[in-house]
Structures are given as structure tokens and as C-alpha cells.
Design a protein around this ligand. Structure first.
Ligand code: UDP
Length: 327
């Protein structure tokens, strides 16, 4: 099976590509390198540098490569940024996804997997969050994914495309010491904490400690990138039997303070912290119930433990202190 992977040079997409190649799929990566890194693309994948905003290029690429399936990782994906620049999300994220879906339908691509998000559930009614939870996006970012999910549901209804939407909770960790997380600018908790541990920053700012949680800081469910990649492959195969929606997390919540403490234990570094104001758009607590994908597809995360997740990320940071600039 041939799979076109958008965002295949990015943090999660590149790991998806490695797993696909490893399992014998033929892979075409489509990425504009705005956030991704050429060095993160698996050498056996075909690389196309292109932009999803340009529908002609997308159309041509699908016509040329004729993939059987698409995994759509490429996205703006920052909650905080989306609160400041809503149209980057409500216009651009949506437009890129819809361009891709439109071309997928035109070229008879049968399977489509969308990277979606826990931010669909701004303030959930119940924790852990399962697929029955009502959708009330916490930010324009979450809303952009909601629109794309809804678009796929219509395309399925119209018999045009089969889809799986995978709602990631907090993707974390490195797939190996040579395949890790490198954003510019970095805004995510764990890589910033590790940059402090490595002496590249003075301190980690904790965005609010007055939430209604056990220690006042936000609680998140961290899931290893390799486990996410594995879920994509299971979903890809299961699409044979119809469209589906899954929440993807470990089912364990860790507070921001607990993440910092665990990183202190793993790295042996002091990691100074300071409490600052809340970041707009941040839900207090997001923990997944992934019972459905475990039950239906036999998904079994291999990295359930936060310590192990941080260890993998720390190995990448130590080997590549300048990220992909080191390659
Ligand atoms: N966070 C923080 N300081 C930082 C970055 C993040 O306190 O420098 C918090 C953030 O408010 C959220 C959690 O860490 O509660 C996870 O944020 P991240 O941006 O990593 O992922 P998100 O949950 O937004 O997808």
C-alpha cells in the first residue's frame, strides 16, 4: 500500500513515516518544511516539498503518486498561538485540510487519517474523556480540527472517503536518539523543561497554579510518539472495515509540577521554575480514555510511564543539543 504523509518531516509525522517504512509500506512525504526538517524524513521515503495551501500542487502530487491512503499530520497545532491568531487556524488549517480532502476524493484515495486533538474537549464533563464526550473546542486550534473532522464525516456519509480521526492528547518523547522533537520556537512543556535541564534556558515558567486540580497546575496525559505512530498503522488497516474515531492517550494524568519533578529525577538537574499567569485556551485537565482503540484494534501503548517517555526525550536532547541543526 502506498501512503502519502503530509507533515512527514515534522515531529509526529516523521515518526509515523519511520514506522510505515519499517512495516513495509511505500511512503511519499509531502511537507513545506515550515516546521519540519529534511533530515527527519526517512531516506527510503519519496520527498515532495510542497504547500497544502496550493491546491494545484496537491492535485498534481496525488495525480503523480496515486497513493492508496493519506495520513494528514501537517498542521498548525498550538493552542496559545491560535488564541492570538485565530485565522491562521480557522482559515489556513481548515483550508489546507479541505484542499487535501478535495484532491483525495478527486483521485479516488480510499483512506484518510486525520491528526486531531484533545483540544476538541475544552472543558469536558467527565474524566477520562471518551469518544462520547461532547465536542466544545477549547480554542480556534481545536475548532479547526473539529471542522476537519466534520468535513470527513460528511465525505463518509456521501461515500466519498473513509476516514479515521485520531485525537492525540499530549504527544511526547523521542522515537530514538536520532528522531526527536525540534520546534522553532519551542512552546511545549516537556522540551522546554529539558532545555532548562540542559542549561539552554534559565527556568521553566509554569502557566498558572490556581486551577482546580490537585496541585493547582494543569493536568495532561502524555503519550509517546511511537505509540501514536503505531495507532496510525492499526487505524490504516482497520479502515477496510469502515470509518472510525479514537481518543489516544495513556489514561494517566500528570500535573505540570509532576512533569517538572519527574524531569528533575530523570536528568539530575535542578530545573528552576517560576509561576506565571495562565495561558489562554488551556483546559485545566485532559486525560484520555483510549478503551475504544484498545478494544477494537488491540492498541497497546508501549510507553505508559512518564519517566520512560522523558528518558527517551532526554536521550535525544543530549545527543542533539541543537536538534536537527546538528545533522
Ligand atoms: N506549560 C507551562 N509552561 C510552558 C509550556 C507549557 O506551564 O512553558 C503548560 C501548559 O499551560 C499546559 C501544559 O504545560 O497546561 C502542556 O502544554 P503544551 O503546550 O506542552 O501542550 P498542550 O497541552 O497545549 O497541547
Amino acid at each position: 500500500m502506498k501512503v502519502l504523509v503530509t507533515g512527514g518531516a515534522g515531529y509526529i509525522g516523521s515518526v509515523g513515516v519511520h514506522e510505515l517504512v519499517h512495516e513495509g509500506y511505500e511512503v511519499v512525504v509531502f511537507d513545506n518544511l515550515s516546521q519540519g526538517h529534511r533530515a527527519a524524513v526517512h531516506p527510503e521515503a519519496t520527498f515532495v516539498e510542497g504547500d497544502l495551501r496550493d491546491r494545484e500542487v496537491v492535485d498534481r502530487t496525488l495525480g503523480e503518486h496515486e497513493p492508496d491512503a493519506i495520513m494528514h499530520f501537517a498542521s498548525k497545532s498550538l493552542v496559545g498561538e491560535s488564541m492570538e491568531k485565530p485565522f491562521l487556524y480557522l482559515d489556513e488549517n481548515v483550508r489546507c485540510g479541505v484542499n487535501l480532502m478535495r484532491c483525495a476524493v478527486k483521485h479516488d484515495v480510499e483512506r484518510f487519517i486525520l491528526s486531531s486533538t484533545a483540544n476538541l474537549f475544552g472543558t469536558p464533563d467527565s474524566i477520562p474523556i471518551d469518544e462520547e464526550e461532547s465536542i466544545e473546542p477549547g480554542s480556534p486550534y481545536g475548532e479547526s480540527k473539529n471542522v476537519l473532522e466534520r468535513t470527513l464525516q460528511w465525505l463518509d456519509e456521501l461515500d466519498a472517503l473513509r476516514f479515521a480521526t485520531l485525537r492525540y492528547f499530549n504527544a511526547a518523547g523521542a522515537a530514538s536518539a536520532d528522531l526527536g522533537e525540534d520546534h522553532d520556537p519551542e512552546t511545549h512543556l516537556l522540551p522546554i523543561v529539558l532545555e532548562v535541564a540542559a542549561g539552554k534556558r534559565d527556568k521553566i515558567e509554569i502557566y498558572g497554579d490556581d486551577y482546580d486540580t490537585r496541585d493547582g497546575t494543569c493536568i495532561r496525559d502524555f503519550v509517546h510518539v511511537r505509540d501514536l505512530a503505531q495507532a496510525h498503522i492499526l487505524a490504516l488497516e482497520a479502515l477496510e472495515n469502515g470509518s472510525r474515531v479514537y481518543n489516544l492517550g495513556n489514561g494517566n494524568g500528570y500535573s505540570v509540577r509532576e512533569v517538572i519533578d519527574t524531569a528533575r529525577a530523570v536528568t539530575g538537574a535542578e530545573i528552576p521554575s517560576e509561576v506565571g499567569p495562565r495561558r489562554p485556551g488551556d483546559p485545566p485537565e485532559l486525560i484520555a480514555s483510549s478503551d475504544k482503540i484498545r478494544r477494537e484494534l488491540g492498541w497497546e501503548p508501549q510507553y505508559g510511564d512518564l519517566e520512560e517517555i522523558i528518558e527517551s526525550a532526554w536521550a535525544w536532547h543530549r545527543k542533539h543539543p541543537h536538534g536537527y541543526d546538528d545533522f
